[in-house]
Design a protein around this ligand. Structure first.
Ligand code: ADP
Ligand code: ZN
Ligand code: ZN
Length: 675
């Protein structure tokens, strides 16, 4: 949209403008003169209010937004406004001036770094990494480096000191983490080290007022360090010098709705734009990142050993084909594993047992008539939660009390099938005892047990304090935590991902198991006897063989070879078109129509369109979801095609003839993570 203004406004200035009868927020995108250009008869309306209380957004910030909007096929204005704190759109200029004054007063003054926590002396390997980072930053500002370091190798310490160097050079540091709420300990570590510096957090758990305050602190240049989740990649930081992406392989860096951006990939772009060093850290890098490092497009540094020289846990595969058959349909716990857990109890060490399924059992079942606890609104089972005796759909949220008898035949004996974390906790409670007969102290951490505010912190605190013997949970407990007393980690049922239709499932499983293993033996004194147990029906699977050797490189090489043979990323580039409708026919019709429009485009020669298929859970809350994959060996060709195709899709949506063929929503996901 174009508007006129009485005075010249700098690009990047936030404004309020009339749109129809409403007033909406906008950003001055191109600097423009106060005199309205006499454009062929178009009468421009004047802007409403310019928010001059704040310095304008920088050219670099606007370029980041333009790039992201183009790449992920969204409108520039839509993306720009969606990544700014919501309150920026609501407050008047006078109110913003007030907020700014508060932030200036709170954070604008001089600081003393006297309260800062002291840094440990770096290991020789850490020193080399930091030195090389500094050299690279001088030789090639804005370059990206992959820091591949095994769990517990001191990567976080490298981030801390690299950030300290950026601060010492008068620049700002941005540290991205997957889920800040999952690892309060990490935030505490940064806060402690940078006490005396101005450090703010940016994530979706903040109140709107906190988010505005922290964003302002970054934008005004007061905050030296921003610690945040994926949305923080769009923080406005005038002196940006370093971007760290911790656990760069983590899927949570990809936004799953609206503009489906990858904060990790945007970090690489932003680093170049602002000559800021980019560090992508992981024990199990994404294959895309690994491949780029091998090709020399990223620098590569590594920390191959744990701090203190501790060994990585010995991996033991338990062949479940040889385990005693379980009663009912529950995967048993192998007797050897139970014994090993009891050994830990006897030695006063902690164990961690994980299972990626919350609730008591994934489905209830009537053996007489075959009824199962399906969700009436979704193509999924409702999960049995014993604690409050409910059947809950994890997709649409429908929750009902468990029926007393089978709803179809009246049989009183309906039974849980399979096992979730609640049931695992119950089983372990019956199996594990201290030598003196006391029951083991078991804590469960999953999305259910941590719903209350502060619950997660309290539970993690109990684990760190040694008040828990066995920690049971979902993948929430496998990520990032620096547990000091755990010597055994067990995955009781990880096989499902081996045979998933999603080509990234093995990569994710390997990362998950390596991460989980990394929670054991973090204290070098205990590392020698730390173990990772995996219950599996496929002990000869190459993924597990690589896991036993902690050999990420071998795993990556075999996966990359498979992907190359199949023409999958990183050897090709993908986009997914998804459509949602009341009927699968309508969703399919939209995708088929989209394919027809594609056929007429010149840019379509370099892409392959696959037939529409249902998403993995096709129906959610009575909405049917279909998807269609678009593939090209060339990223640029895919981009050209999408830009030509998208206008046709908007039109297709508008011209749907009958109500039957109408869809509710459609979206294109560039570089989709789940297939
Ligand atoms: P990673 O991020 O690779 O898992 P961390 O940075 O968390 O590793 O380091 C693992 C543990 O080792 C932490 O408890 C950390 O405080 C400690 N640590 C890291 N670097 C050093 C060092 N140079 N000297 C002593 N302890 C260190
Ligand atoms: Zn029945
Ligand atoms: Zn449902």
């Amino acid at each position: 949209m174009s508007y006129t203004s009485a005075s010249a406004l700098a690009a990047g200035t936030l404004v309020r403008v009339p749109l129809g009868r409403r007033v909406v927020s906008g950003i001055v995108w191109d600097e423009f003169a106060s005199a309205p250009s006499a454009d062929a008869g178009v009468e421009l309306r004047p802007i409403g209010e310019a928010l001059t209380a704040l310095p304008p957004l920088s050219t670099d910030w606007c370029r980041l937004i333009s790039f992201a909007a183009g790449y992920y096929q969204r409108g520039i204005g839509e993306l720009a406004l969606s990544v700014l704190p919501p309150q920026l759109r609501q407050l008047t200029d006078a109110q913003l001036l007030g907020r700014r004054a508060k932030v200036d007063k709170l954070l604008g003054g001089a600081v003393s770094a006297s309260g800062a926590g002291s840094a440990p002396e770096l290991s020789a390997e850490q020193s080399v990494v930091l030195q090389r980072l500094a050299e690279q930053a001088r030789a090639e500002p804005g370059a990206t480096t992959l820091l591949h370091g095994v769990t517990g190798s001191g990567k976080t310490e490298v981030y801390l000191q690299a950030a300290a160097q950026a601060l010492a050079a008068g620049r700002q540091a941005l540290v991205l983490v997957p889920e800040i709420n999952l690892t309060p300990q990490l935030e505490a570590r940064f806060v402690e080290r940078f006490a005396g510096h101005r450090i703010v957090a940016l994530h979706s758990g903040l109140t709107p007022a906190q988010r505005l305050r922290n964003w302002l602190a970054a934008h005004l240049g007061h905050a030296d360090l921003v610690l945040g989740t994926r949305l923080a990649i769009f923080a406005s930081m005038p002196r940006l010098g370093l971007i760290v992406v911790d656990e760069e392989h983590d899927p949570s860096y990809k936004q799953q709705e609206g503009a489906r951006y990858s904060a990790r990939d945007l970090a690489v772009y932003r680093g170049k734009l602002e000559a800021a060093t980019v560090v992508l850290g992981s024990a199990t890098p994404s294959l895309e990142t690994w491949q780029r490092a091998r090709q020399g497009r990223y620098h590569a540094l590594s920390l191959p050993r744990r701090i203190g020289g501790g060994a990585l846990p010995a991996v033991r595969l338990v062949d479940m084909n040889k385990a005693p058959k379980a009663k009912g349909a529950t995967t048993p716990l192998a007797p050897q594993l139970v014994e090993a857990l009891n050994d830990r109890l006897a030695r006063g060490e902690q164990s961690l047992v994980f299972l990626n399924r919350r609730g008591y059992a994934p489905v209830l079942h009537c053996a007489d008539c075959g009824w199962k606890s399906g969700c009436p609104h979704c193509s999924a089972w409702r999960v049995f939660h014993k604690i409050d005796r409910t059947l809950r759909c994890h997709h649409c949220g429908l929750a009902e009390r468990v029926p007393r008898a089978c709803p179809d035949c009246g049989n009183l004996d309906i039974a849980p099938l399979g096992r979730g974390t609640e049931r695992l906790e119950e089983q372990l409670a019956t199996l594990l005892r201290h030598a003196d007969g006391r029951p083991a102290r078991i804590a469960r951490i999953d999305a259910d047990s941590t719903r209350a505010k502060g619950a997660l912190e309290a539970q993690l605190g109990a684990v760190h304090a040694g008040d828990v013997d066995v920690l049971v949970g979902t993948q929430m407990i496998t990520k990032g935590h620096d547990f000091r007393r755990i010597t055994l980690v067990a995955a009781v049922n990880p096989d499902a991902s081996l045979f998933s239709s999603d080509f990234r499932a093995p990569e994710r499983l390997f990362a998950l198991l390596m991460q989980a293993a990394g929670r054991a033996g973090r204290d070098a004194r205990q590392a020698g006897r730390s173990e990772m147990w995996v219950q599996t029906w496929h002990p000869a699977h190459p993924l597990y063989e690589a896991l036993i050797r902690h050999d990420f490189a071998a795993f990556a090489a075999s996966q990359l070879a498979e992907r190359e043979a199949a023409g999958l990323p990183p050897w090709s580039h993908l986009a997914m078109l998804r459509a949602e409708a009341r009927t699968p026919q309508a969703a399919t019709a939209f995708l088929s129509g989209a394919a027809e429009r594609a056929a007429g485009l010149a840019a379509a020669d370099a892409v392959t369109l696959y037939p529409p298929v249902p998403t993995s859970v096709a129906r959610v809350a009575n909405v049917e979801r279909m998807q269609m994959l678009v593939e090209s060996p060339s990223r640029a060709a895919l981009q050209r095609f999408l830009s030509a195709w998208l206008p046709a899709l908007h039109e297709l949506r508008r011209t749907a003839k009958s109500a039957d063929s109408r869809i509710l929503r459609w979206a294109v996901d560039v570089d989709p993570l789940s297939i």
